[in-house]
Design a protein around this ligand. Sequence first.
Ligand code: EAX
Length: 326
Amino acid sequence: MKRDFRWFAACIAACAALFALPVAAQTALRMNISVAQNSHYGVAIDTFAREIEKRTNGRYKIQNFYSGALGAERESIEALQLGTLDLTMTSTGPVPNFVPDIAILDIPFLFRDYAHARTVLDGPIGRQMLDKFEAKGIHALAWGENGFRNMTNSKHPVNAPEDLKGLKMRTMENPVHIQAYRAFGIIPTPMAFTEVFTALQQGTVDGQENPLSVITSAKLDQVQKYLTLTGHVYSPALILMSKAQWDKLSPADRQAFEDAAREAVKANRARIDDDERKAVADLRAKGMQVVENVDKAKFQAALAPTFAEFGKKFGQENIDRIRNYK
Ligand code: EAX
């Protein structure tokens, strides 16, 4: 009898000790993107979430939301400033409304190719630009990638800039794009990406422009007939965090978030490289008519008047520094 009591008392003591152990608190952070989970951003934020859980030993957990579930890109950036959202991955589309200097990157035909864009953004120029977000209540963790943008429409094939004249095209809410596309003779209609599929389906707009990764992940082949590989502008992306949340992190956790963002961008860029290899064949198989051989010099020449204006706005030496960066 006495032995049973001792055994029972030992069990009680062990349980009490177990409950006394300090259970590491877990902080859940919400992250939102405007495109589907099966996309170049979806693979990035899912990688980010795995890396954060691993690198903080579960002290931080990222709850991911896709397809604009918590808002479109502009609303997500505003929510970071308000502290009602913790993280987002976004194109630079709406960013000039918050950090105007970043708009220089949205100038058409600024980057030669993906290698050039990635080298600039991963180097000192990109670093300087990330630092500009702090004053706006946002911590920019890393440059990601959306891709080179191409034109789609439902009216007719686009073989040359003059074929764009009169087309009502959805654009991002980006002042540089809107100004440039007018030079093509396009009627620009800015709207959030979350509204684009319906607008195309209902014929509110004739077309839009986006990288192949967005065109495929958003299934725009279901509402667009013609695609032209204009590659008229490189579209950077950003992994952004609410500064209020960033400021709460320990130095070690800040390093973990930076490292996780780096892994996310690797996955993001790898997915884009894969999409760029496969998308044209996939889209053709789904019925899109694709113009692949585009005289880009003609499209660039059509924008000449706006390049002079961008030179005055951003400083020609700043544009040349990016354009000529090796
Ligand atoms: O960031 O708004 C756009 O066209 C963007 O390319 C899209 O939301 C992905």
